[in-house]
Structure formats: structure tokens, C-alpha cells
Design a protein around this ligand. Structure first.
Ligand code: UDX
Length: 441
């Protein structure tokens, strides 16, 4: 079976490399020629654990990359993995998807049967639209959302919790059989294959992300109350999580969720509710709680110092979560922006080299112009905390493992704002630090 993958961004690249590892002959298509060049040399344009070694293993063997759509002529299955960013209203922008479908249409033979699989996250009704666009062509359109987590995407590809497949008509066995063949490896491993209709499949993706985001917002809202009354949100989460109906995952209070998925997908789901005249009460609240959480935390910092002008802070963790270089919707970046606006000086650190590099580039482009040169990204954590008025933890790395005794001697003022509740308060308090967490005594 020959497979092509359109779009070699995060989702497409993992799909292409993963399918190559499973033994398929795969062609990755992308309009970005510099990216294609890089990929054909076996170099990964993004940081994702385990991805580059798999890419190197298969590139120029059963995996190639090209800017041309021509190879899709011979493909049995075409995965569409282009981005669906947020438009100015908060809905998913389908521009790249529509353009990819048009290119498919221009390239493939009308009568040669193919399966077009939509892997991009798309609002309900999109697969139907795609089928409409391909009217008159011998194709079946399949919805196959992805559930990859950044930093764990390779693992998630090979060990998914479920594979969701949405079809136009469940009586039509041909595309179902083909997709079962593509995902045969997973089926043999006992991974549940959810075979359903287009609309259900499309909504499963949004429902899953919005539910996880809601868990986070729930615990974050509760953390504010815990903070006020002197309760410990970490113990509350732990006790709640022991009830298997609740589960302990995604109940860590902090400064809110970021990343390329949750904020965008929550927005897009709200939009889909409104579009269909259904009121999105809970999901809207999820979004609002998240937006306010960072402001609440920032106000905590502000009320401690009264005036932030001229104060220096170490921000530990820059990316939206650990083990990634991705700054999209990162709470750390939001905090940095707020601090700089108040005239503070920011020293930033992240364990991932590329996260630091991306932050440097971001501020070179975006903010130096507006806020002056008050941001410094350092390669060493101990250099970062040197002479600061306060330490702010923004990403949930295990900073416990660092030498806090050494840190206590380096800082100017011993104050920690732990935006991810990762430190052991008693340990740092013994060293003379004032500790402020999120909903912790
Ligand atoms: C998420 C989904 O997990 C994945 O299934 C989907 O395909 C894409 O979106 P990802 O964006 O990689 O994946 O990040 P995730 O690990 O889910 O974390 C998202 C955000 O939530 C991070 O900013 C993280 O800091 C925050 N978070 C997570 C919390 O604040 N508390 C938690 O308990 C868990």
C-alpha cells in the first residue's frame, strides 16, 4: 500500500515517519521547499523526542519528501495533515485544508480509487464539505483525528489509547477495510478502533481536548478558593484523583493551559456551538477561567512587590510545557510580557535549547521594540537566578532536583512564585525562601 501525507508539520511528520516505521512506503508533501530539503537530509525541523532518529532511519528508503503533489497519483491513501489555525473570530481557518484538497483534485486521476483521510483538526461538517469538493472523483473521505501530545508524540503514535475513524456511510466497507489495513498493527495490539460517522469522529477530537481543558480550569478555579482559605490544592487533587470516576490526570493546578491545541480547540468548539445555535455555557467558562488564571497569579506577584518597575525576575520554564520548544500560547511568555510591561527585568531559562533559542528570537522580533532590552535568556539555570528579586516557575519541570541551597545563595531576595506547584515548599522554606504556590498553604 502506498501512502502520502500532505503537510509535514507536527502531525503530518509524525504520521509520515510513524507509518514508514510500520513498513509502508510513504511520501510526505509540503509546499515549504526549505523544510523538504531539511527533511530529505534526515534533519528534523521541530524538536520532538525520538522523531529525528526514526526520520534518519527511513528517509530516502521508504520515506521521501517533496514539494510536488505528483506522487499522490500513485497513492492508495492520502493523509491530509495541514494546519487549521485560528481565524480572527476564533474559528478554525480551513484555508490550507481547502487549498490542499484543490491540489489533490488537480493531481489525481478522477477514476482511480483513493481514500482521502482528514487528520487535521476540523470543525464538525468539514469532512462532508471535503467530499463535496471532490464530487465526481472516485474517492472516499475518512475522518481520522489525532490525539498526540507534544513531547510524547512518537510514543503516542505507537501506543494510542484509541484510533477514531469516521466514514460517510458505514455500509460501504471498502474504505473501512483499507483503514483497518493501515492501522492493522494497532488492531493486533488491542488498540480500540472506533468506527463511526464523520460528525461523531470530528466532535470526538474537540470533546476530548475541551474536556481535558475543563478539568484543568476546574482545578484552577478551585485552587483560588484553596488559596484564600488555606487549603492545599495538591492534596485535594490527589484525593479526588483516587476516585477512578474522576481520575488523577489533568488535575494539576497552575497558571493555566497553553499550547497549540487546547486554547485553539476550545475556541473553535465554542464557535461551533454558536454556529449551531447551542449555548456553550461550560466550555466558555473553561476558556474564561484559563484566561483569568494567569492574571490572578500575576496579581499575586504584583501585590507582593507593590511596584515591579526595575525588579528582576528569573522565569524558569519558557515553553508551554516541559520537553518541547513550543512557545505557542505559553503561559511563561504571557507572564514575561506582563512583567516587561510593568518595567520589570526578566531573565529566562528552559532546559530545552531550542525553547531558549525560540524565546530569544520571539523577543528580538516582537518585544524588544516595545519594551526595550529588558529580557535576557540564559543557558544556565544558576546564572538565571543570580541576583534576582524573585523566582517564577512557569513550566512544570521537576525543579526540585536543582541545588536550592546554591540557589538560595545566588538570589538577591529569597522569594519563589511557583506557578506549577512543582517544588516542595517545606524544603525551600527551610532555606529561608518565601514560597507562593497556586492554592497551597
Ligand atoms: C493536548 C492533548 O493532550 C492532546 O491529546 C491533543 O492531541 C493536543 O493537545 P498538548 O498540547 O501537547 O496535548 O499538551 P498537554 O500535555 O495536554 O498540556 C496542555 C497544557 O495544559 C499545558 O500548558 C500544561 O501545562 C497544561 N496542564 C496540563 C495543566 O495546567 N495541568 C494539568 O494537570 C495538565
Amino acid at each position: 500500500m502506498k501512502i502520502s501525507v500532505i503537510g509535514t508539520g507536527y502531525v503530518g511528520l509524525i504520521q509520515a515517519v510513524g507509518l514508514a516505521e510500520l513498513g509502508f512506503e510513504v511520501v510526505g508533501v509540503d509546499i515549504d521547499s526549505s523544510k523538504v530539503k531539511l527533511l530529505n537530509k534526515g534533519e528534523c525541523p521541530l524538536y520532538e523526542e525520538g522523531l529525528e532518529s526514526l526520520l534518519k532511519k527511513h528517509v530516502n528508503k521508504n520515506l521521501t519528501f517533496t514539494t510536488s503533489y505528483e506522487p499522490i497519483k500513485d497513492s492508495d491513501v492520502i493523509f491530509v495533515c495541514v494546519g487549521t489555525p485560528q481565524d480572527k473570530d476564533g474559528n478554525a481557518d480551513l484555508r490550507y485544508l481547502i487549498s490542499a484538497i484543490k491540489k489533490i483534485k488537480e493531481t489525481i486521476d478522477k477514476d482511480k480509487y483513493k481514500v482521502v483521510v482528514i487528520k487535521s483538526t476540523v470543525p464538525v461538517g468539514t469532512n462532508r464539505k471535503v467530499k463535496e469538493l471532490l464530487k465526481g472523483y472516485n474517492v472516499d473521505v475518512v475522518s481520522n483525528p489525532e490525539f498526540l501530545r507534544e513531547g510524547l508524540a512518537v510514543k503516542d503514535f505507537f501506543e494510542p489509547d484509541r484510533i477514531v475513524l469516521g466514514f460517510e456511510n458505514l455500509e460501504n466497507k471498502k474504505p473501512i477495510e483499507i483503514m483497518e489495513k493501515v492501522y492493522e498493527y494497532f488492531k493486533s495490539k488491542g488498540v480500540p478502533l472506533i468506527i463511526t460517522d464523520w460528525e461523531t469522529s470530528e466532535l470526538i477530537k474537540y470533546a476530548s481536548n475541551a474536556f481535558l481543558a475543563t478539568k484543568i480550569s476546574f482545578i484552577n478555579e478551585l485552587a483560588k478558593l484553596a488559596d484564600k482559605v488555606g487549603a492545599d490544592i495538591k492534596v485535594i487533587s490527589k484525593a479526588m484523583g483516587l476516585d477512578p470516576r474522576i481520575g488523577d490526570k489533568f488535575l494539576n493546578a497552575g497558571i493555566g493551559y497553553g499550547g497549540s491545541c487546547f486554547p485553539k480547540d476550545v475556541n473553535a468548539l465554542i464557535y461551533q456551538f454558536i454556529d449551531n445555535n447551542v449555548e456553550p455555557l461550560l466550555i466558555k467558562a473553561t476558556k474564561e477561567v484559563n484566561e483569568r488564571q494567569i492574571i490572578w497569579f500575576f496579581n499575586k506577584i504584583k501585590s507582593y512587590y507593590k511596584n515591579l518597575n526595575g525588579k528582576t525576575f528569573a522565569i524558569l520554564g519558557l515553553a508551554f510545557k516541559p520537553n518541547t520548544d513550543d512557545l505557542r500560547e505559553s503561559r511563561a511568555i504571557k507572564l514575561i510580557d506582563m512583567l516587561l510591561k510593568e518595567g520589570a527585568i526578566v531573565k529566562g531559562f528552559d532546559y530545552v535549547d531550542k525553547a531558549r533559542e525560540n524565546t530569544r528570537n520571539l523577543y528580538k522580533l516582537k518585544l524588544w521594540r516595545d519594551y526595550g532590552y529588558n529580557i535576557f535568556i540564559l543557558d544556565d539555570l544558576y546564572e538565571t537566578v543570580k541576583d534576582v528579586d524573585g523566582i517564577i516557575i512557569a513550566t512544570e519541570y521537576n525543579f526540585n532536583k536543582e541545588d536550592w541551597e546554591k540557589i538560595s545563595k545566588l538570589v538577591k531576595e529569597k522569594v519563589i512564585f511557583d506557578g506549577r506547584n512543582v517544588l516542595e515548599p517545606e524544603k525551600v522554606k527551610k532555606l529561608g525562601f518565601k514560597y507562593f504556590g497556586v492554592g497551597r498553604r
